[in-house]
Design a protein around this ligand. Structure first.
Ligand code: ADP
Length: 188
């Protein structure tokens, strides 16, 4: 990992890495899910495949109770067979050009996931790049919202989170996040 890819924010460490999120052993990994919580393509499919049926079983029970998980909201389940103990499922916005509250909904997906991690007293959490795959959110803009939201949460935080990772699958996404981090957060 290059030196540029980590920062201390308050009492926590924020890190970028290029990897497969299903291999991470943080307390939780975040899933860029869809509102039905029944799995899908991209990172969602990869998490369900690697985590096994226990995750889908809990998702079914959640959907039986709440109907659907709206964009900007988050819920937590077991990590099943994953190295992480928990999966936090959140739904990012589908990109429609930016006029349908997409920035606020994307920020909310990160914030609600972090709140849930803090409420569950987790110490470490890994995020993928929410909404920038099938949901079509432009990656430079999404990276700015993702990093700003996490940084402002960590600055305001009095609780347990010690490590937040962005686990980015491809080089282009990693570079986009890295340049936003360099622009927004000075090196510690
Ligand atoms: P969305 O529907 O929210 O756009 P996608 O899963 O289609 O979600 O894409 C979100 C991001 O997750 C993309 O950058 C995609 O390349 C990435 N991704 C896909 N598989 C993995 C994985 N196993 N680990 C980390 N990131 C992944």
């Amino acid at each position: 990992m290059s030196e540029n890819s980590s920062r201390i924010i308050g009492k926590a460490k924020l890190m970028l890495m290029q990897d497969d999120i299903t291999r991470q052993s943080t307390d939780a990994i975040v899933n860029a899910a869809n509102s039905g919580l029944m799995g899908g393509g991209g990172v969602d499919g990869a998490i369900h495949r690697a985590g096994g049926p226990a995750i889908k079983e809990e998702c079914k029970q959640i959907i039986a109770k709440i109907g659907r998980l709206d964009a900007g909201k988050a819920v937590i389940t077991t990590g099943g067979n994953l190295p992480s103990k928990y999966v936090i499922h959140t739904v990012g916005p589908v990109w429609h050009g930016g006029s349908r509250d997409e920035p606020e909904l994307l920020a909310s997906a990160y914030r609600e996931s972090l709140k849930l991690a803090a409420e569950c007293k987790l110490r470490s959490v890994s995020f993928p790049s929410i909404s920038t795959g099938a949901y079509g959110y432009p990656v430079a803009e999404a990276a700015e919202i993702a990093i700003e939201t996490v940084v402002s949460f960590l600055r305001g935080m009095l609780v347990t989170l010690e490590e937040v990772y962005f686990v980015l699958f491809d080089t282009g996404t990693y570079r986009a996040y890295s340049s936003v981090l360099d622009k927004l957060v000075s090196k510690s």
